[in-house]
Design a protein around this ligand. Sequence first.
Ligand SMILES: [Zn+2]
Length: 310
Amino acid sequence: MYDMNALESEGMVYESDALELRDIVYDLNALKIKDTLYGLNALDIGGMVFDLDALEIWRNAAPKKIARHPFVINRTQSLILFPSAIRMEASSVALLLASLLFSAASAVDYTATNNAGGTPGGARFDSEIGLDYSKQVLADASSFCWSIFQQPTEADRRSVQRIALIVESMDGVAYNSNDEIHLSADYVAGYSGDVRTEITGVLYHEVTHSWQWNGRGAANGGLIEGIADFVRLKAGYAPGHWVGPGGGDRWDQGYDVTAQFLDYCEGLMAGFVAQLNAKMRDGYSDDFFQQLLGKTVDQLWTDYKAQYSG
Ligand SMILES: [Zn+2]
């Protein structure tokens, strides 16, 4: 019932990357407890680390199952978290919360420049998207990548000090070169529909290229593009023209096709894409699918297509 990208509490929806506690908004991408940093899927309570992917949230004597990112905020009782195996008194939870320290924001610098101001696309960018909004998207998309990839600390991530967006006249849509994202003003000009939402999705894809591992250059290019679109998909910015689940001819066709296939794999094992990406830090083999899911990637693709046939 909860979108993995949003938290609902007392009628308010929160981004998964932000936790509001006593009127302060914390970045959840790095959770620091007693000097140990954990990913979003782990919670340390009294020295025991629990997987947060399967939790029961106890509220008003009625447990609710929440699939992912299970932080429910109750304004009167602060934060209540219950691993499925245990229940805690609200007072204990309050003590637990008092021991939680959330890290400060990361030191990545996000910049945006419009070099196409004199063109129709540049003007539309300024009026319907804007530099400030774009910089925020770069930051939000980065946090989202760290969450999807389960990279709570800088040591887990690619070393990126700066991500720059440059709007310019060019063919195509966008590309990322050395953490400089080039966005086509001509594409902005010609897009029919909600251009702000479209470009937000494009930026999630391009920002992912800055944070994903590429197997030291050995990874399948279709998989690289598929992971970038998987992040865009999970962020809720899949455009209407994408193929749906089960679409496409090959697992490594790239982009939306591979993204939907990866979403199927993620359904087989939560955190699959994070683990696959982590393996791609030092190299690449199709066998990573076998190692993680017990089936070859070709068998997984056959299973996936069979599920959606007929
Ligand atoms: Zn790409």
